[in-house]
Design a protein around this ligand. Sequence first.
Ligand code: XMP
Length: 532
Amino acid sequence: MSTVLDRTPGPDDSSIVDPQREELILVLDFGSQTAQLIARRVRDQHVFCQLVRHDLPAARIRELNPKGLILSGGPSSVYAPGAPLPDPEIFHLGIPILGICYGMQALCRALGSEVSPARSREFGHTICRAVGNDPLLSGLPHEWTVWMSHGDQVHDLSAHFSQIAATETCPNAAIRHHTLPIYGLQFHPEVTHTDFGQNLLANFVKHVCRCHGDWTIESLIEREVAALRERVGNRRVICGLSGGVDSSVTAALLFKAIGKQLSCIFVDNGLLRKGEREQVREQFSEHFQTDLHVVDARQQFMDALAGVSDPQLKRKAIGRVFIEVFRKEAESIPDAHFLAQGTLYPDVIESGGSKDGPAAAIKYHHNVGGLPAELGFELIEPLRDLFKDEARRMGLELGLPENLIWRHPFPGPGLAVRCLGAITEQRLETLREADAVFIEELIDADLYRDVQQAFAVLLPLQTVGVMGDARTYEDVIAIRSVNTDNFMTADWSRLPYDLLQRVSTRIINSVRGVNRVVYDVSSKPPSTIEWE
Ligand code: XMP
């Protein structure tokens, strides 16, 4: 999609650790914001798919032996100076190729067709009509709606390509090479605005690339378990648990692979949600029987936070104490060699480029509660190939309970950034109770899984109320619930009024010291999801 490039395109191929995989499709990333989405859609066909740099050399691609290549869209124009182009040799590897938007223009240009600015920029829905019946369009109706977003078009198809679908303004909306298995789409099949986009990608994967689609979570677990056993040998792995999905799935996978050689560390910083410590203990000590170290560091964190109200200073203090506590506990596990982390594929992609790009700045802020490299362990990241929903499916398959798998994300600094102003044990307790009521009501209303993050915030002010005949002057709780795809943008959830009313009544009646509840109706941007 021709949108502004706000990240560094494509990681190198160092994350492709297993060239033995039977079926692999590579997405050459030209910088489109929907490049990740292409990979996800291909994986929905049970074929493993990864993003790589747009200019990965053809020789390396041959080594990786993919069944197909997809050239993503991108923000450039193929004729702009310095426009990213693929290694021209890739077109002679005999591997099926699908170019999408910019990717199509790049391949047409490389194969001798003329690309030039369209009469008008095209952006949005348009009707596309099939010309002939190419296998790429198999099962699609004669006419369907597609999503376009481009300024350039392929005009002269030279002698090599023919048209397989057209729109009113774009005669070459879909094309194929006469002799090679090379296709181009001017529209974006990966976005939901394109009808039958998933069928189209499935046709490419199954009919053109001839993939069988035997990549499943079960087979992935098997492969990862074998790889972990081989890498770890008889050494010990430490895994920091946070109570969240990623670290839990990492630990569950490691436990399956190496059992008693895994030691888990869970730091109770006193800033956790209600019941979190007990849940971790139950899951990882009783159910999985790992060597679980629960470190009660509540006092250390409270000491470090005493008198601190500034959000950034809170984050810094928490990050510092966490590392101290974790380091000390890790040192008490004498034969530890590896440190396992729940890094997911989107993190790998985002940090794939320059360390000082915009993505890096966001990561720093969100990395509070993470661990520095200097701890001296070798790093293991068994989820680094997975998207979040795949990690969740893996967790369920490994026997983690649904409520843990679907738990909303929780920031590293925990309740500290939701307890605005000074942090005291009493204020934390008020917040924890109010939060638990809200979450309980959301679950009862069967709406917990419809929103992506919901929580309570304790405001640093008191307001007047009336209880019986008496005037009160007590705390205010704000409740926040958001709907979001990626947490970069978010909208406030349109929760039913009667639910809001139940939450408010229950909080005011049962949480001591609160006489007012307000609902946050701000979207991100310009607000953020958290209040601090
Ligand atoms: P914001 O508030 O920036 O949050 O809209 C976006 C997402 O990031 C989470 N978040 C954090 N996660 N450490 C974390 O591990 C942090 O310091 C932090 N701050 C925000 C937030 O909960 C939301 O999911």
